[in-house]
Design a protein around this ligand. Sequence first.
Ligand code: SF4
Ligand code: SF4
Length: 178
Amino acid sequence: MMQSLTNRAKPVDRRPMNFVDRLYLPAVLKGMSITFGHIFKKPPTIKYPEQTREFSPVFRGLHVLNRDEEGRERCTACGLCAVACPAEAITMEAAEREPGEENLYREEKYAARYEINMLRCIFCGLCEEACPKDAIYLSETFAPSNFARKGFIYGKKDLLIPNPVTQPEEYAKAKGKR
Ligand code: SF4
Ligand code: SF4
């Protein structure tokens, strides 16, 4: 017999069944007593989504592309988040800000396209740490479920936070406690 590497293994009782064992009733009653015993215990589960648990302060959820206090996009498409990402989940395309777009984009360059593949993402938060512009952070929101793989490629329309100037309520809700 092979030697166990730990002492967690439980030896199986291989004795032949006696008359009481063959009745099965004691075993059934024992099982039912365990089941009914749990009815009066506080359930470890909650009724999600009606109830939610308090998140840990270090919880890392869905990404948010941030705006500044004037509602301008903060991201300059520098690519540092993509380089820092160990899962290679981030891609983007940079564009030059045109005259007259100063109220839309904070810097002279911005991300015309910004995508995160949530199926690759491991929610490590390195993109947030790498960003020099405070342009991306991980919120307390889950990535919703989806039936199609394509639904997990999040673009700017999914990631960009609402405008704090034109949509203050939506902005405050999306911002949460962070
Ligand atoms: S949280 Fe981590 S894995 Fe996900 S996009 Fe950011 S750096 Fe990549
Ligand atoms: S989110 Fe930050 S690190 Fe990533 S491209 Fe935009 S400015 Fe650069």
